[in-house]
Structures are given as structure tokens and as C-alpha cells.
Design a protein around this ligand. Structure first.
Ligand code: F3S
Length: 654
């Protein structure tokens, strides 16, 4: 059996600033692409994982602006002109500059304002140093060795202020400081080395001193890991600099070796855990199978996960708050409801059940509580994009559920992806209240698709038009003149009332068809939403029009007009309308007759209103009835004539 004693340096891995930036980026929510301004951290594995979940790295602000993306300033910080360019381009951004680096910017800005020259000790090509130099208007003197410090000519009449790259080695900084101090200069030296770096380096030195072999984990492009390696190498000859445990030559280990592990500030804890786990398993497996090489055994024992990995697992618990997943990893995975779906109305307990297999993406190997933070919606989103792209290319329909109303339209979840639906595209007719669509599922056509910009626009106007036409065909095919329909009043106009027929078409009850009686305005008789039983008078599929009536033919007052108002009889009526050519007199509801101006009086009448007014109750004689045209001619003067004769007779007899 092989025995390895493994000791991890207490401060190995992400520093405060890097952890803050990485956590921030993994938790960002934005509708378009998120771009980090340069690689978020010096670790290719993490950058690849971010790329997998759609977070891109670029220095091209025009690209971000063109794609309406969000920018993230990494922990290294940037020069002031970058903030200015972001603002000018109206780019939304999140500033993840490490507070320690920001403090250096403040020092430099203040010293420059006091007229002092800036010296930066550090790597002139490192983004942190470039950013710091920006605060000195890119005029700082930058170097990183004592030799350079000795050889650079500084002007004695100038005042200098020195800052140092946060990850610079303390010993080297002290050496350089001593060289500078020996020059006859007005110089202020600020030790801006980050404590996190110093602590990591000190811990690594302590560890390197007491182990047989030292492993330094980190990206080969990371300057702080390189420095960590250099100082460990000073104290432990057998120091190995690898990006992951897989890069190690396994035959370097001997039984009873004491192995130290440290990691640079950009190394995720998952990579450290992976190394420890691999070595622990190596110990156990050597005993079981002495014929295999270390590497073979190592490869077999790996059940490792990293941020950004796509992993499959089995659901072991479901609540409406989160889903627990067994990944075959030492910790269980947790999918919170917000990482399960963007659909806030979704009931998790019905969406998935214990025992289901689920594919997810790892957001964080350790969420702080020892669980693996997973996302289903992000993996759905990756898969969903493929389906949406296919639907766009092939012009096929794809289903989605409306979940939100936003400025200018609605948001639908299509295959787990938020898709914008302009309000003009949700229906083929004007919609007053978009909320009526919320929570409903529809078929959509993908109108615009841009994977890079994550711009997806869907619509269903044409589909709705087609669906409506099909429904109309069905409705008109079953319509018959005289058919009774019960429906609701949908709209009132001056000229009549519209009735909603199965949500397909509005039939019209003309104002004259609302009642047998006189109706001044439909609103005097009907209300929107009122249920009415109407009779179909006429319809046209071509014109998509249906004429309806509310008048009951059985109660038509004209049926009895000839009996009740015999020609020559004198009856009473009420003046309901006055026109220049006469007055209309209502004999009963639905039966009006006209007293022509010439029939008002025996005397000359210039205007009917000189003699009569609305609501006057007068006696009239029935002169004629036209049943076909529903017209009755009346005479007031003739109705009054006999009375006048009687009065004459009475007068004569007195
Ligand atoms: Fe900040 Fe120090 Fe890390 S400067 S980014 S906490 S090494």
C-alpha cells in the first residue's frame, strides 16, 4: 500500500477579489449576451466553462454595444477611459474591480493631481498594471527588477510616488524599494501588495519548507501562480506547476511522501478538491490492483465536476422551492426554482418527480452549504436554442407560454428560453389588455433569430388569422336566417350594438332592430357584457358580417294595426318627432304614424313646431295604412273637424 500525506496550504485558490467577481458573473441575469472585458480570471478552464453558459470574453466595446450586451469589469480593474467609453456607448456594466485595486487607482489619481510622477513596480503588460497606468494618464514608469531600478535615470527635480502590482513578490518589492530609497529622490513608496497574495505566498513557503513534493495548481498564464511556483521552488526542489491533477506525472510519488498543495488566486476550489480526491483514491486503489499504472487508476477514479460542466443526475427530492439531484458526486446538486425555469407559475412538484433523470449545468461546485449549485434552465436554454433555430430556419411552429408583460410586448417561454413577442404580433386584432394572454400556451412562428445577440422574436399574428378564418368558416357554415343565438353584447355604437359570436365575429344589431319601440341610443337599452338572445336576419361569409335583431316577431305590433286603427277612425297618440314636413305620432310602442304639415290644422301652418311640441297627446284620424312599408297617414285637422261642427250646432241652438 502506498501512503501519501497531503497538506493543502490554508490560503490556496480564489482570493477575495476573484471569488467576488466569479460569483457575481455566475449570478448575473441579463436578457442579452454578457461579456467580460477580457478574461474574467487567468484560468482557461473557468473561461471555457463561462463560454459554455454563454458568457463571452472580449475587449471589443463596439461588439458589446452592437449586440446590446452587458459588460463586466473583472477584478484587475481598468483605466478611466474604459469607463468613459462604456458610458459613451450606453453599455450597461457591472464593475467587479477588486476593492484593493480600486484603492491603488485612487492613490495614483491623487498623487498625479499633486504633480508627482508615478512609478509602478510590476509587469507592464499585466492588465492590472495597464489599468493602474491609465490613472496616471499612461505616463508611469513601469519596471519589475532591481536591475531596472538601478539603471533607470530618475530626475532629481521631480517628485515620485511608487505603487506595486497587488500580486508582486514582497521580497522583490523590498529589494527594489531599497534601491529606490538609496537614490537621492523625493519619493513616496506605497506598498500596495495585496495581503491575500502575501498570505498565500507565506503559507506556500511554510508548506514548501516541510514537504517532499509541492504541487502548485493554476493556469500557466497566471502571473500570481507563476510567482507562487517560483517561491515554492526556492524551498522545495520538487515543486510541480500544473493546471490540473491530470497534468501530473504520477511516478513522482513514493510511499510516505508528504505532499503540499497550493493554488493561485485564479484556481477554482474544484480543481484543488479534484487533486486531493485523486490522490486519496490513488492510495486506496494501489492496494486493490497492483498491476495498473497510477495514471490508469487515477483516470478510473475520477468522478469530478467543474463549474460549467453539463452533468446528468437522478432527482432525489422535490419541493416547490428546490430540486435535489444525486450526481454520483460526494455532494448532492441543488436546483433552485429560479434556476429550474423562468416560469414563476410553474409548480415544481408536478414538473418533475423523484427518480427522474435530469440534465443540468454546474453553476458552482460548492454553493457555500456544501452542495453543488445546478441550473436546469440554462441547459434547457442551450438545447432550446437549437430547436428555436430549427423552427426559424424551417419556418415551423413552436409552442410557448406567455409568462410576462413588458414594454412593447410580452415574454413567452419557448423551450425554456425567454422570447419577446411584440404586442402587434400576439393577435390578428387589437388587444386592449395583454394580461389576458398571460399563463396561456400558444403556437408561435419565430420571426427573428440571432443566437449571438440572443435576440429572438416570435409572433402569432398570421397563425391567429388562419385559426380565426377556420373558425369563421365553421361558424358561417352552421348559420341560418331566423336562427336564435344567445350571446353577449361586446360593444355599443351610435348605430347599434355588437354581439360577440363565439369570439370569432361580432354580429350587429342595428339600432332599429333593438326594439319595436323608438330607441334613441343603444346604451339606453343594452349594456356591454349583457346576455341577449338574438335572431339572425342576414349574413355574408364574404363580408364577414352578420345582421341580428332583438325584436321578437311574435310581438310585432304591426300584426294588429288594421284591426286597432281602422281607416277613418279617430285615435289618440303622442307626438314623438317633429320634422319640417310634419310630425310623427306614436299610437303605441312600435307603431308611429305621420301627420303631414298640411294635415295639422285648417289654418296655414308655417312650421309644425308652431302648433305642436314633443309629447303632446293629440287626437288624429287614420287616413291610410301601408302594411308593406309600415306607414300610417294621420290627420289632426280631420280628427278635430267633427268637434268643431258640434260646437257650431250647440252655439246656434242657444
Ligand atoms: Fe484583489 Fe488581492 Fe485578489 S488585490 S483580486 S484580493 S489578489
Amino acid at each position: 500500500m502506498i501512503f501519501l500525506e497531503i497538506i493543502i496550504a490554508p490560503t490556496a485558490g480564489f482570493c477575495y477579489g476573484v471569488k467576488k467577481a466569479v460569483d457575481c458573473v455566475y449570478n448575473l441575469k441579463y436578457n442579452a449576451t454578457i461579456y467580460t472585458y477580457g478574461n474574467l480570471i487567468n484560468n482557461k478552464i473557468v473561461i471555457d466553462q463561462l463560454d459554455k453558459i454563454g458568457i463571452k470574453s472580449t475587449y471589443d466595446l463596439d461588439e458589446i454595444s452592437k449586440n446590446k450586451g452587458m459588460a463586466v469589469i473583472r477584478s484587475h480593474g481598468v483605466a478611466p477611459e474604459i469607463y468613459q467609453s462604456l458610458t459613451e456607448r450606453d453599455i450597461e456594466f457591472v464593475d467587479c474591480s477588486c476593492p484593493h485595486v480600486k484603492k491603488i487607482h485612487d492613490i495614483v489619481e491623487k498623487e498625479v493631481a499633486c504633480g508627482r510622477e508615478i512609478i509602478i513596480i510590476g509587469d507592464s503588460k499585466h492588465p492590472e498594471v495597464i489599468g493602474i497606468n491609465g490613472w496616471a494618464n499612461h505616463l508611469a514608469t513601469v519596471f519589475e527588477t532591481s536591475e531596472e531600478a538601478k539603471n533607470i535615470h530618475f530626475q532629481e527635480d521631480k517628485k515620485y510616488s511608487v505603487v506595486v502590482q497587488t500580486t508582486f513578490r514582497t521580497e522583490k518589492f523590498n529589494e527594489i524599494s531599497n534601491v529606490l530609497k538609496q537614490k537621492n529622490l523625493d519619493i513616496k513608496i506605497y506598498n500596495t501588495i495585496c495581503n491575500a497574495t502575501k498570505k498565500r505566498q507565506d503559507d506556500a513557503v511554510e508548506l514548501a519548507k516541510k514537504v517532499d513534493k509541492m504541487i502548485v495548481l493554476g493556469d500557466k498564464g497566471s502571473s500570481n501562480t507563476q510567482k507562487l511556483f517560483e517561491i515554492c521552488k526556492l524551498y522545495c526542489e520538487n515543486t510541480f506547476y500544473v493546471e490540473t491533477i491530470q497534468d501530473l506525472e504520477l511516478n513522482i510519488f513514493h510511499s510516505n511522501d508528504k505532499i503540499g498543495i497550493t493554488a493561485g488566486a485564479s484556481t477554482p476550489s474544484a480543481i484543488i478538491k479534484e487533486a486531493v480526491k485523486a490522490m486519496n483514491e490513488l492510495e486506496n486503489q494501489v492496494e486493490e490492483n497492483n498491476n495498473q499504472t497510477f495514471e490508469e487508476m487515477l483516470n478510473q477514479s475520477f468522478v469530478t465536476i467543474h463549474n460549467g460542466d453539463i452533468v446528468k443526475g437522478t432527482v432525489i427530492q422535490v419541493s416547490n422551492i428546490e430540486v435535489s439531484v444525486n450526481l454520483g458526486y460526494k455532494s448532492d446538486g441543488i436546483i433552485t426554482r429560479s434556476e429550474f425555469s423562468d416560469d414563476t407559475s410553474l409548480d415544481l412538484t408536478t414538473a418533475i418527480k423523484v427518480g427522474d433523470e435530469i440534465e443540468t449545468v454546474v453553476l458552482r461546485v460548492n454553493d457555500g452549504d456544501g452542495n453543488v449549485q445546478l441550473s436546469k434552465k440554462r441547459i434547457d436554454s442551450l438545447k432550446g436554442l437549437d430547436d428555436i433555430e430549427e423552427a426559424f430556419k424551417n419556418k415551423t411552429l413552436i409552442k410557448g407560454k406567455i409568462i410576462d408583460i413588458v414594454k412593447g410586448g410580452l415574454i413567452a417561454i419557448v423551450n425554456g428560453i425567454r422570447v419577446f413577442v411584440p404586442s402587434s404580433q400576439i393577435s390578428n386584432r387589437y388587444v386592449d389588455d395583454l394580461n389576458s394572454f398571460k399563463g396561456h400556451e400558444y403556437s408561435f412562428a419565430i420571426l427573428e433569430y440571432d443566437r449571438t445577440k440572443r435576440r429572438i422574436v416570435a409572433g402569432r399574428k398570421e397563425i391567429a388569422e388562419k385559426e380565426l378564418n377556420e373558425k369563421k368558416d365553421k361558424l358561417f357554415a352552421t348559420l341560418e336566417v331566423g336562427q336564435k343565438i344567445t350571446a353577449k353584447v361586446s360593444r355599443l355604437a351610435d348605430f347599434g350594438a355588437f354581439v360577440d359570436l363565439e369570439g370569432v365575429v361580432d354580429g350587429l344589431i342595428h339600432i332599429s332592430e333593438i326594439s319595436w319601440g323608438r330607441v334613441k341610443h343603444p346604451k339606453d337599452v343594452l349594456k356591454v357584457g349583457q346576455e341577449v338572445t338574438v335572431v339572425v336576419l342576414d349574413f355574408s361569409r364574404e363580408k364577414s358580417k352578420i345582421s341580428l335583431t332583438l325584436k321578437d316577431v311574435n310581438n310585432d305590433p304591426w300584426k294588429a294595426v288594421n284591426e286597432k286603427y281602422a281607416i277613418g277612425s279617430v285615435v289618440e297618440g303622442r307626438v314623438v318627432r317633429i320634422t319640417p314636413f310634419g310630425v310623427f305620432v306614436e299610437l303605441e310602442t312600435g307603431v308611429d304614424g305621420l301627420v303631414h304639415i298640411s294635415q295639422i290644422s285648417n289654418k296655414h301652418v308655417a312650421k309644425p313646431e308652431d302648433v305642436l311640441k314633443i309629447n303632446d297627446v293629440i287626437k288624429v284620424k287614420v287616413l291610410d295604412i301601408n302594411n308593406e312599408q309600415k306607414r300610417i297617414s294621420l290627420s289632426k285637422k280631420e280628427a278635430e273637424a267633427p268637434v268643431a261642427e258640434e260646437e257650431v250646432e250647440e252655439t246656434e241652438s242657444k
